[in-house]
Design a protein around this ligand. Structure first.
Ligand SMILES: C[N+](C)(C)CCCC[C@H](N)C(=O)O
Ligand SMILES: O=C(O)CCC(=O)C(=O)O
Length: 370
């Protein structure tokens, strides 16, 4: 429970001193906008009842406070009451920090011991099991759900619990198998270097879910993961100009098949205003042929992409393992790149995508993120 110690008003700014030393300023228009009375706010839908344009530049006629509330009578005689527990959240530094994701960077096989390995029963039926899976995704970009019946149906239950099956032109729940019409090299048996999926979508899938249903009469087909954020931070340290290029230059990617031509242009490394890395969007194979404004830009494109990719193709940074029946892997497709070794024989994976909004929604309702 937060406590108000004192309230002062100067030039239509309300300054609140909270117990514990926090001092936070609130502008009148912000306070008026956050009035929670029934004419200003739909408490059943958590939505404002008034439009921004109806928000008058209100002045304070009278203000009263006690340790838990502030009451304001505005110059149009509208009355607003604010709870200390609500107002205390809006100290800027605290508010920003509470929203920052804090990934734990990893490289190499070490990650195998750190990722969550939660039984499907615990994941589906216990809050603690679900929290461990989503915390592992937030920390490392990878989580394993084990003891899953090796069927599409059982895997779909896991995908739904991770946030829901995201439908694309590949379908909802899909198979990865060489018998499928090869509209993409995923449906072949060749080696695939580290990549994130859907670089040609305006928004890439949030999670990539795989379940290795079977692999008979053959060898290979091992999964290779690498922490895209780790490689990007190495690039920033060792090739800062290339890092800058990849955070600012839009690279085109596309997917073509009969009846489809997806294309998207965007940076390989997306950072936010705090300079935190938000997304890696990298697939060497799906790059669209591009024109460049100069020789320098063209050469920077190849130099920067090669320097970044070398980190991703460096075996000591990778986690290589075999997907086996019963193990469902969830991969953060905004961060962790995946690939596979070539293979022989009959190898079948199933899985789905899950949108980023949907899996973060699950993590937020589990109170793992703000
Ligand atoms: C089978 N599954 C639907 C997962 C992927 C299909 C191909 C994805 C493509 N290689 C890409 O990198 O976007
Ligand atoms: O076959 C695999 O292990 C992965 C295929 C792949 O990269 C994909 O489907 O995006």
């Amino acid at each position: 429970m937060s406590r108000i110690v004192s309230v002062t008003v100067q030039n239509q700014t309300v300054r609140i001193h909270f117990k514990g030393g926090q001092v936070t300023d609130f502008e009148c228009i912000w306070l008026r906008d956050h009035c929670r009375c029934s004419t200003c706010y739909h408490s059943n839908t958590f939505q404002r009842a008034r439009h921004l344009l109806d928000l008058s530049d209100s002045n304070i006629k009278n203000i009263k406070s006690d340790t838990e509330h502030i009451s304001i009578t505005w110059d149009d005689n509208h009355e607003s009451i604010y709870e200390a527990d609500f107002l205390v959240k809006f100290d800027y530094k605290t508010w920003v920090e509470k929203r920052r994701l804090v990934p734990k960077l990893w490289h190499g096989e070490e990650i195998a011991e750190k990722v969550a390995k939660i039984s499907v029963d615990d994941f589906l039926s216990s809050t603690e099991g679900a929290r461990e899976v989503f915390q592992s995704l937030l920390d490392y970009g990878v989580a394993l759900i084990v003891n899953v019946e090796p069927t599409m149906e059982a895997t779909e239950k896991v995908c739904k619990a991770l946030g829901g099956v995201q439908h694309t032109m590949f379908g909802g729940m899909w198979l990865v198998h060489t018998d499928i019409k090869p509209t993409d090299t995923a449906y072949t048996n060749i080696h695939l270097a580290e990549h994130t999926d859907n670089t040609y979508f305006t928004e890439a899938a949030g999670l990539q879910i795989f379940h290795g249903l079977e692999h008979t009469d053959g060898t290979g087909g091992e999964t290779i993961l690498v922490d895209g954020f780790y490689g990007a931070k190495l690039l920033e340290k060792e090739f800062p100009n290339d890092y800058e290029f990849l955070t600012s230059f839009d690279i085109d990617a596309e997917f073509l098949e009969d009846g489809h031509h997806y294309r998207h242009s965007g940076p390989v490394i997306t950072i936010d205003k705090m300079k935190d890395i938000k997304q890696i969007r990298f697939n060497s194979y799906d790059r669209t042929p591009m024109a460049f404004s100069s020789r320098e830009e063209c050469l920077a494109y190849y130099r920067a992409l090669k320097n970044l990719s070398r980190y991703y193709e460096e075996p000591s940074n990778q986690w290589q393992f075999k997907l086996t029946p019963g193990v469902v892997i969830a991969i953060d497709n905004f961060r962790v790149l995946h690939g596979r070794t070539s293979f022989t024989g009959n190898r079948i994976l199933c899985g789905s995508y899950v949108s980023r909004s949907d899996w973060l929604d699950k993590a937020r309702t589990l109170r793992l993120i703000a």
